[in-house]
Every structure is written in C-alpha cells, then in structure tokens.
Design a protein around this ligand. Sequence first.
Ligand code: ATP
Length: 730
Amino acid sequence: MAVNVQEFAQTQISLLASELAAEIAESSALVSLHSPTALQRAGVALTNLTVAAQRTGLGGKTVLELGPDPATASSSSSSSSSSAGGATADLPEHGIRVGDIVLVAEQPAGGGVGKKKTVVGKEAGGGVKGVVTRVGRAVVGVAVEERDGSGSGGGGAGGKEEGEGLLAGVVGEKRVWIVKVADDVTFRRMNATMERLAKMEEREYSAFVRVLFGLSSPSPVPADLTQDEEVGEIEWVDPTLNDSQKDAIRFALASREIGLIHGPPGTGKTHTLIELILQLLKRNLRVLVCGPSNISVDNIVERLAPHKVPLIRLGHPARLLPSVLNHSLDVLTRTSEAGAIVKDVRAEMDAKQASIRKTRNGRERRAIYADLKELRKEYRERERRCVSSLVAGSKVVLATLHGAGGFQLRGEQFDVVIIDEASQALEAQCWVPLLAASKAICAGDHLQLPPTIKSLNLKGKGGSKKGKDAAAGTEGVVKGATLETTLFDRLLKLHGPSIKRMLTTQYRMHENIMRFPSDELYEGKLIAAEAVKARLLKDLPYEVDDTDDTTEPVIFIDTQGGDFLEKNEDDQDAGGGSKKLTKSSLYGDSKSNEMEAALVRQHVRSLVDAGVKPEDIAVVTPYNAQLAVLAPLKESFPGIELGSVDGFQGREKEAVIVSLVRSNADGEVGFLGEKRRLNVAMTRPKRSLTVIGDSETVKKGSKFLKDWMDFLEENADLRYPDLASLAQDA
Ligand SMILES: Nc1ncnc2c1ncn2[C@@H]1O[C@H](COP(=O)(O)OP(=O)(O)OP(=O)(O)O)[C@@H](O)[C@H]1O
C-alpha cells in the first residue's frame, strides 16, 4: 500500500509535463491557427487597442491601461485626438476577466489583423505577459511582468528587454492587442515542489510525510471525542454549528497528521473551516490556509475578517477581491510601519514612470528605464525585508496553493496547513503548501468533479496526443497513475474512512432534490436543514404565483420517443472561418439538442410568467455546444444564468434546469456517464430542479443513470413535451 515517494514525485513530474504541453498546445493552436479578429470573436482576444495610460501598480508592477484605438473604434464619439485617456469608445464583447494571463503584443501595421497567423508567440518573439487587473466598459488594465527571473513571477514569454522595448513609447502610439495564454507559473511551482520531494532522502521524511505516503499509519484518534480531555469541552465561537460540524472540528483538532473533512453540497464546509481556524488560533498554533483558486481563498478571508484575527493574504493584488485587498500582503507592505521605508522608493518610481510619457527622446527614455530598473531592484529588496517581517509575525497566512510556493513563504513552517476544495486540486498543487506543514486538514467532496485535466492520461476526451505519448514514454512512471487522482482520493484509499469526517446537514436543497444524491452517493446520510427542507419557488421572499411549476421541487420532462435527437457539432454545415474556430477549438465534438433548448425556453417562460426572477434561474448542461444553442435566452430573459455543469460547481440557484442533451438510438451518453458530473448538476438548486432529457437513451448509459431515471419517473412530476405548444412557442 505504501507509496515510494521518489517514484511518486517522478511520475507527477512527467504527468505535469504532459499536462503543461497539452495546455500550451491548446492555447498556441488557438493563437496560431486563427486570426486576432477570429480570436476576438471567440472572446479570447481584444484587438485594435492603444495604451491610454501607464502607471506603477501595487507591488511595483507596471499597469497598462488599454482602450480601443480611437482611430479604428467605430462607435467612437471622441475627437480624433490620440492623447492619453482619450479613448471613450466601448470595447467589444469579450471574455477576458480579471486575473487572466494575457500576452500584450504590438499589432502589425497595415491592418494585417484580419489575416491569419499574425504576430505573437515565439516566432514573432514579441509581447509581454501580464495579469488583467481591471475590466471596464472601455478599458482593460494589465499589470505586466517585468521581474527578471528571480522572485516570484517572470521568466515567461518575451524577456525583459523585449518587454520594455515594446512598452517604451507605446502610450497613445502603437496599436496593440491582447490574447489569453496558458498560465505556466502554476506548473513551475508544482514542478519545483515535486523536485524537492524527489530529492528528499528517506531519513528526512517527517512523520507527516510518512503518513501521507503510507509509510506509517496516522496516530489513532478516539472514536468519541466528546469525552476527550483536550477537545471534549470546546468553547465554540459559533455555538450554532450542527453536530456533524462540531464533530469534524474536534476530529480535525485531535488528529495528529492528517484529517479529511468531507463536505457534500451545501453542508457548510467553509463555515466549519472558519471555526476550525479560530479554534487553532486559540491554541496558539500557526496556520496556513490554501485553496486551488483565488475565489476559494478570498471567500475564507472575507468570512474570517469580521473575527478580527491578524491575517495576511498572499497573492497578486490584481487577482484578489476588493474586499480582501486590505489584508493583502502587497497592501500591508504599503500601509504598515514596516512598509513606510518601501514607500519612498515607490514614490520615486511613480515620478519616473510619469516622466516617460513626457519624453519623446529615445535616449532619455532609455536612461529613465535604466533608472527604473535600479529603483525596482531597490524596491524589491526593501519589499522583501518588509514582507518577511510581516509574514514571520502573522499567525494566519492565506494563499492559493501555488501562491504558497512564492518567495514570501520560503523557509516558513506552519503547525497546520488547511486546504479547502482539496478534491478540486491536483495533488502536486497541494504539495506546494504541504512541504511547510507538520499536519494537514483537507476539506472537499471527492464525489463532485475533480480538477480539469487536458492531457490524455485519463479516460476523458480532449487533450493532445503529444501529451499522452510523452507520459507513456517516460520510465519510472507509477502504473495507472493519473493527475486526476487527487490527494483526497488517494488518502481515503490509503488509510480508509477513519481519517475522514462527513458533514451531514445540508442548507441548500429541498428534501426531494436532496434525496437521490444522498441515497446514491452519500450513504443516505444527508439531512435537509429545517429551514430549507420544504422551501418551494412559491415561497420566495417576493410575489410568486402558485402554479404547477412553482409548487413542485422536482420536475422531469422526458423527451423519449426519438423525436428530439441530439446533434453532433460535426453534423453542422461547415461554415466560414469563425465557425471552424468554434468547431475545432471551443466545442470539440460537443453535442446539442435544439428541441431540448426549446423546452428549456418554454419552462423558463412559465417560471418567469409566474413571477420568478430570471436572476434566480440557471440553466446548466454538460455540453458547450448546447450552451451556444441556449445563448439567445439571455436576450429574452436578462439576468438568467447559463452555464456548463463543470463551471457551475460550487454555485447554487433557486431554480435550476438541467438539459441532458443526449438522445440517440445507441444509448451513447459520453461524459454524461460521469457520476460526479451528474451529482454536481443535480445538487445546484435550492427550491426547484427541472431535468430535461431522453430517459430511453440516458438509461442505457450506466447503472447510476438508470437509477436516476427510475427515481425521476417514480418521484418527480413527470411530463411529456407538448409538441403543439412547443411549435407555437417557437
Ligand atoms: N450550522 C449552521 N447553521 C445554519 N446555517 C448554516 C450552518 N452551517 C452552514 N450554514 C449555511 O449553509 C450555507 C452553506 O455554507 P457554506 O457557504 O459554509 O458552505 P460551503 O461548504 O462553502 O459550500 P458547499 O457546501 O456548497 O461546498 C451558508 O448559507 C451557511 O450560512
């Protein structure tokens, strides 16, 4: 059962290499196969921008403010002046969000933008990478990386010299474009961590590491902790915690090396973690709290902050929620006492930065850049000293998993590392903070979806052949190992259920919505809290009529009969260039079902007519192609949310409509067969779940699907589509 640590680490390294290769292949295929204009249409790029302004952002980073080029912006009402800040036209619709990594590159002169294979990438050698800091109607802020290899960021495409070459004098002059690219920082962090693990000698393994690899067993924890001397009598900060939550906290406090908190949907996992953190602090322990995404970490910061505990949030300020910024290390560095000495360098940098704009002379500009370079070095040196004193003095540090691998935590040790959403993180990612731990508490739900993997070392679809070959060709690979096996899964398998406690009261779903997932996946142990167990749409805190649709918690619209066949993306007419982009890169061989979409529309209309607000309704479907077919709903019902099942994990809505899409003679269900995906889909709603699907096809997919269909036929309000009214509706 025990795992050879070195072999494990080597395997991870090769699997990660394939994964990164797949991710880069995907992102560079997009960029090299399609013109900037097509990429812009696909929402991953913005073209025809100029630099409206340039300033020093948090952490000494240069922030470019990009707006539509007034010369090309069609709807521009501004004068033709190209002065800084003069761009008043709106940006086109796009999918670039705060926190995305983008490449900022010069756009070739002569309007070459419409043509294929323009700029960017290694071939062109141009562009600087940056993080999107702000997205406004008419402006996008990008903090560009100018770190020179040392420190946390940097080392990406486009070296420092080129970068500054590009930046030099772009304000209001050169036309640039931005495009989303793969984020390789995370991979480098994971890789470095695995290399450290691989190099460790057996005698260096801590008791903690030994348990995590099964070289020793976890120290036993008494079954009934309420009688335990140490944790039996806890003074709860929140005495309203339910028994399963209290039990999980006692267990987490009592376990010596590892404890898992299993939180099924809506059971208050975060709520429980907050209390756990407060309890650990009362015991004067030093805690590092991590999660796979910035949102997961910010969520904890926001809920911890009211308790007035001294905490520090590490991370790129651009990626933090505004409400969390006050605890951000970057901000503390500026506002704390220790930060005062950093401040004056910053002021000097700002002044220099501003003077660039006024300078037209090339030589002067170069001189300013040289000064800035020196100042930046000085700034970083002071910042580093300030940071280590702040970090060393704080009892709770919060960061993303990979953020814990930054220079700020080098050499730091923690009594406990807490990982939230551990079942959604790659194991290698979890090891970034775990190397600084002597005990870990992981919270998650291994029965919901694991992290998305792009390389083909698992049974799923998509990904690159290259990645697969690379993995297969590597020696010393642990048999059957995939990135998809999370730490959470592996530990459960390794040590069994005694290392876990499950939260059992859920505060989201009507009892009937909860029934099937509870019985099938959670050993029938879930209990619906009093406050939610009988809530219906008609009881919403605003006026909603009593109708068939607002008084039923579970509705099943069965499309069986073969009249509503799915459509493969490949069946569609081959269209122009943009359609090809859609087909080959965005939707893959995705499926859609137009009749199901019509049924969705009909149901949404009926809910809205009854008074349910569109913002309380979500439609989720496993297939991206179906999302595209559903898109017009957003125009008819502004505020409604459409999402993929995978993208909706962690979310909830009053009413959720699930469109299953699959309908074919062969009973092919593809990745709909994944239990965990179905679990996520059916556990998003609070008051109303409507499933639309072809029971005949779906039943053939798996035992789980058959059981679900049987359950719905028995227990849901079962309906069959009314073709006549559907035709009328269309
Ligand atoms: N003991 C409790 N008593 C009353 N309400 C609770 C309790 N615990 C959690 N809740 C409520 O349940 C909801 C979900 O809690 P929380 O946000 O902590 O869940 P989560 O674990 O982060 O989400 P999920 O369970 O979906 O992963 C919140 O509205 C929270 O206030």
